[in-house]
Design a protein around this ligand. Structure first.
Ligand code: PMP
Ligand code: GLN
Length: 413
């Protein structure tokens, strides 16, 4: 393996999806995906497209994004960012948000460039930066206090530490709001601190907003691209998989000013070229459907968060009742919970993993039948200890599976 790709170790997803197949846990609260159907109009659109009377919808489409999809993305986002997005020059459709991140990083990061990454971070950022020859610089969100009633707002960045990471080699900062795994929704004043530093040091911002529609009242999602002076330096990433609960469709996008998008287009045209036509057409029709009922309570872009809220609250409650200390997320569909009060109930000595959260999540999956994700996967080597006391639980699951989780936790306790 070329050295720029590291040691080639399995990612947490490869390892834990394999574990799910091996252990057959009674409930899988690991990888983030719904275990119930997406909205009917979304899947119906795809079925109609595949078998409909326009055979061209099963053939290649425009490389930088199927016209009907980029037009609908422009219609959706223009009012949200307060400027008219040019569908053909300022938006790129990608193979999942993963490829949007990949094209943005590979398209802008040169050998020796530094990229600031906020921990915990979606694990592929690190790998994408180093494979571009860049150097990741990490800063961790840390809890301001330790209490039994923590929310994701209690996890904050130290402003001075953040400022100290910027220098003449800094090319980019990667932001993720709403945040995976903590569920933090960055406030306007937190975003202003980041934006001011990016402007002062002429740094690009990649804003990973795949959970943009999963934000719980009274929190509001703020797009950093809308802050003064940020549009010209921000590439924003979204995901149809997250937006419409169809993670298997692996369709995402990036939007930014055309001069920044150019580099992403170059990577995309030579590595991927074009994404699936029927899926893009179905996502386009799905947005058309939602845009037509945007102001009604049924609009899925808003109803999803309302549907998820009781699931979040129920999982928080059962985790608390069973000895975990969860951080209540303001967005996204994960809960990070401290398991250390349960340490005396579980013997980790048989688990050979280096980090305690890997040991805990494996033993817990075998003993309790509940699969979760170890958060040290979301930290750099030097900061792994910050994640060891936690496990990540996904709550976009059927109520019956959350009820089963309660039963399994009680039995295990
Ligand atoms: N960013 C974050 C923060 C994620 O959690 C995920 C997982 N969905 C992605 C990007 C990748 O999204 P996609 O499945 O559209 O590639
Ligand atoms: N974003 C999802 C999660 O965090 C899926 C990750 C993945 O498939 N790599 O669980």
């Amino acid at each position: 393996l070329p050295a720029r790709y590291g040691t080639g170790e399995k990612s947490v997803w490869v390892e834990y999806i394999q574990l799910a197949a091996e252990y057959k846990p009674a409930v899988n609260l690991g990888q983030g995906f719904p275990d119930y159907p997406p909205p009917e109009h979304v899947t119906k659109a795809l079925a109609e497209i595949a078998t409909g009377d326009n055979p061209l919808l099963n053939q290649y489409t425009r490389g930088f994004g199927h016209p009907r999809l980029v037009q609908n993305l422009a219609k959706l986002y223009s009012p949200l960012i307060g400027r008219e997005l040019d569908p053909f020059n300022e938006i790129l459709v990608t193979s999942g948000a993963y490829e949007a991140l990949f094209s943005a990083i590979l398209g802008h990061v040169d050998a020796g460039d530094e990229v600031i990454v906020i921990e915990p971070f979606f694990d592929c950022y690190d790998y994408m930066i180093t494979s571009a020859g860049g150097v990741p610089k990490f800063i961790a969100l840390k809890p301001k206090c330790k209490s039994d009633n923590m929310t994701s707002a209690d996890w904050v960045l130290d402003e001075q530490e953040l400022a100290s990471l910027f220098n003449s080699k800094t090319k980019m900062l990667i932001l993720n709001t709403p945040h995976n795994p903590l569920g933090k929704v960055f406030t306007r004043s937190e975003l202003e601190v980041i934006a001011d530093l990016c402007k002062k040091h002429n740094v690009l911002c990649i804003s990973d907003e795949v959970y943009e529609w999963m934000v719980y009242e009274p929190q509001k999602h703020i797009r950093i691209a809308t802050l003064p002076g940020m549009w010209e330096r921000t590439i924003t990433v979204g995901s149809a998989g997250k937006t419409f609960s169809v993670t298997g469709w692996k369709t995402g996008w990036a939007y930014a000013p055309s001069n920044l998008m150019r580099n992403l287009q170059v990577v995309h045209q030579n590595c991927v070229y074009t994404c699936s036509t029927p899926i893009q057409e179905a996502v386009a029709r799905s947005f058309e459907f939602e845009l037509a009922r945007y102001n009604s309570p049924e609009c899925y872009l808003f109803s999803l968060a309302r549907e998820l809220l009781p699931k979040r609250d129920y999982l928080v409650k059962i985790l608390k009742e069973n000895g975990f200390n969860p951080t209540v997320p303001e967005g996204g569909y994960f809960i990070v919970a401290d398991w250390t009060n349960l340490a005396n109930k579980i013997d980790l000595s048989s688990e050979p993993d280096k980090y305690k959260d890997y040991q805990f999540t494996k033993k817990f999956a075998k003993e309790a039948g509940v699969l979760t994700i170890p958060p040290t996967a979301f930290y750099s080597e030097a900061h792994k200890s910050l994640g060891e006391n936690y496990a990540r639980f996904c709550f976009i699951k059927k109520d019956e599976n959350l009820q089963l989780t309660e039963k399994l936790l009680k039995e295990w306790n």
